[in-house]
Design a protein around this ligand. Structure first.
Ligand code: NDP
Length: 245
């Protein structure tokens, strides 16, 4: 049985990834920051369906975040096959409104944490393993609502190409998956309960609906499968064709 660490797996896209991998003969470390009850619910759902999972807590963007994560992980697992860097935050604000604090917070959670998580995971990752980062369609489609967020996702996509070259020697693939607008708590504030916002979001994808966490989890399941053994250093667009002209 392979072992996966999915960051931000208590809610939203990470939760769907954890549940999907849990059905794929993968033992899942369900990472969360604060919502312990939600993480426990994911663990229970996986185990009740016959899979294996355990929770690991660590808040990213604070001192010692990566060590906290791996101290918890290594109590349960001594090797990893799959690392999914999913946890991420967006602080809304255009270029004129973005404060240094908001910029630093997004880079700390979306770039610094996954960078050092990958570094710390390298000795644990088995040859033939998988590193997947959840990026965003905003690396392709202009998103003036949060340019600092855009920059964090661009940083990870560029990093993946270089890491793919280095880790390829060990048969480890390194890829990104880019969701479009997806119905999660991240968008709850503007999307849920507002018909005009829903119409706007639906109009972004040529497939004419809002994405679901499961839409993204299914793509991640492909990337970590043997079927994707020849795919590395790239970004899989999972936006439903958002922004196509
Ligand atoms: P949610 O806000 O629904 O869930 C966020 C998850 O990340 C939770 O599990 C949360 O843990 C965890 N998390 C949040 N802050 C921290 C932190 N400081 N340290 C550690 N963990 C943290 O997010 P989504 O599911 O919507 O997004 C998942 C990924 O997908 C992100 O990288 C996001 O940028 C990307 N994405 C999302 C899109 C969307 O439309 N939703 C579109 C494109 C990309 P806890 O429950 O404990 O708070």
């Amino acid at each position: 049985m392979r072992t996966a660490l999915v960051t931000g797996a208590s809610r939203g896209i990470g939760r769907a990834i954890a549940l999907r991998l849990g059905r794929e003969e993968v033992r899942v470390a369900v990472h969360y920051a604060r919502d312990e009850a939600a993480a426990e619910e994911v663990v229970t759902a996986i185990t009740e369906a016959g899979g294996e999972a355990f929770p690991v807590r660590a808040e990213f963007g604070v001192e010692g975040d990566v060590e906290t994560l791996f101290a918890a992980l290594e109590k349960e697992a001594d090797a990893l096959d799959i690392l999914v860097n999913n946890a991420g935050i967006v602080v809304p604000g255009g270029i004129s409104e973005t404060t240094p604090e908001a910029y630093d917070r997004m880079f700390a959670v979306n770039v610094r944490a996954p960078f050092f998580i990958i570094q710390r995971a390298l000795p644990l990752l088995r040859d033939g393993g998988r590193v997947v980062t959840i990026s965003s369609g905003v690396t392709r489609i202009a998103f003036p609502e949060s340019p600092a967020y855009v920059a964090t996702k661009g940083a990870m996509e560029v990093l993946n190409r270089t890491l793919a070259k280095e880790l390829g020697l060990r048969g480890i693939t390194v890829n990104s998956v880019s969701p479009g607008i997806t119905d999660t708590d991240m968008n709850a504030g503007w999307l849920r309960g507002d018909p005009r916002a829903l119409a706007y979001a639906t109009g972004q994808a040529v497939l004419a609906r809002v994405g679901t966490p499961e839409d993204i989890a299914d793509v991640v399941a492909f990337v970590v499968s043997d079927d994707a053994r020849w795919v590395t250093g790239t970004t899989l667009d999972a936006t439903g064709g958002s922004g196509l002209q």
